[in-house]
Design a binder for this molecule. Structure first.
Ligand code: MTE
Ligand code: MO
Length: 371
């Protein structure tokens, strides 16, 4: 499939916006059914039960033979190596707890809606990833990280807006050499599930999901700025012609564990009047979360929640607060602030591709009298 010659790849990377009354299409539904979110009640756990971690796969999940799999590593000076899983297992390993979030989380809540994977707020999950720091892997392979960027390519292949491609993303060299950037082979102490990148994936703590290349097969040091499709696509733009800025680190966000019990269709909650413990988790890729506030009146008043212990710089952190729930309808909101002073907005943060929308998720609660 060739792209039409009159449209640049850059133009093709930009998402279409849904019309004013255009509902979710069958195509968006088929994406939503393949790429599942984390159910909100899974915010209860520090580590997301593996099958409940969100999944996003652009093309098909590849079936890679672990015995035949090799990670090809190449440097600018012509140096190259091919490492097997046994080679990786022989290198020093490290485990990092990471909250991963898709840059498109919250997209379907935007108006107008960018037409793509229609996430609500559940494109997030936390896992302990174990693997070899990329810096050590390059050293063991005899590949010097002299260059501008490191390009990571996955085994999955497909076509997106007319552009046929392997899934590929790059990192600036300094970012790629951070000691917690891993080529991971384990998730929560077990081999990677196939949907999460078996046998090996990149993990870039603090960055939105698109950087964590799954089914990794190639790592190449390059001397130019990589401008593959997945880099053109993941930019924050307000207008189609904007050059935009690259989507990189996860913006602060807090999500509540939905209290009480849900309605099957609306997911609205029912809670009995009286004291209610509200808990949730908050994270940020730009700095440690330093404050979480909760509102029980749709943003009219905010109260500081108590922060639980840190479970790692790049993993979400629990917060809790009490609520004296009075009968009636209420909208709960939570918002996080991190050490850089960035405060999560309460309204949706709109961009043309629907990226980095860290607006607070409203939780509608009906409080009923007890007895
Ligand atoms: N090879 C490859 N890597 C990929 C993707 C992909 O489609 N192919 N999707 C990316 C995106 S957009 C996200 S949000 C995360 C999702 O990781 P998960 O499915 O393990 O949660 O993987 C990233 N890595
Ligand atoms: Mo994503």
């Amino acid at each position: 499939m060739a792209s039409p010659p009159t449209r640049s790849r850059d133009e093709l990377a930009r998402a279409r916006l849904a019309g004013p009354d255009e509902g979710i299409s069958a195509e968006e539904l088929s994406l939503a059914a393949r790429n599942h979110a984390m159910p909100m009640e899974a915010m209860r756990w520090d580590l997301t039960p593996v099958g409940l971690h969100y999944v996003l796969v652009h093309y098909d999940i590849p079936a890679l033979d672990p015995a035949a799999w090799r990670l090809r590593v190449a440097g600018l000076d012509g140096s190259a190596a091919a490492l097997s899983l046994a080679d990786l297992a022989a290198l020093p390993r490290r485990t990092v707890a990471v909250t991963m979030e898709c840059a498109g989380n919250g997209r379907a809540l935007l108006e107008p809606r960018p037409v793509s994977q229609p996430w609500l707020s559940g494109a997030v999950g936390t896992a302990e990833w174990t693997g070899v720091p990329l810096a050590d892997l390059l050293a063991a392979a005899g590949v010097r990280p002299d260059g501008l960027e490191v390009v990571f390519t996955g085994a999955d292949h497909g076509v997106e807006r007319g552009v046929e491609q392997d899934y590929a993303r790059a990192l600036p060299v300094a970012e790629a050499l951070r000691p917690d950037v891993l080529v991971a082979t384990e998730m929560n102490g077990a081999p990677l599930p196939v949907q999460h990148g078996f046998p090996a994936r990149l993990v870039v703590p603090g960055w939105y999901g698109m950087a964590h290349v799954k089914w990794l097969t190639d790592v190449a040091v390059v001397d130019h700025e990589f401008d593959g499709f997945q880099h053109q696509a993941y930019r924050l733009r307000q207008e189609p012609d904007d050059e935009g800025v690259p989507v990189t680190r996860i913006l602060p966000r807090a999500l509540l564990v939905p209290p009480g019990f849900p309605d099957f269709m609306t997911r609205d909650r029912t809670v009995t009047a009286g004291p209610v413990a509200l808990t949730g988790r908050a994270w940020s890729g730009t700095g440690e979360v330093t404050r979480v506030e909760v509102s029980t009146d749709d943003g009219g008043h905010w109260a500081d929640a108590e922060l639980g212990p840190s479970t790692g710089r790049y993993a979400w952190r629990e917060f809790r607060t009490g609520w004296d729930a009075e009968p009636g309808d209420h909208v709960l909101l939570a918002r996080a602030t991190d050490e850089t002073g960035q405060v999560q907005p309460t309204g949706p943060a709109w961009s043309r591709g629907g990226f980095a929308n860290n607006g607070s998720e409203p939780v509608r609660v009906r409080v009923v009298a007890s007895g």
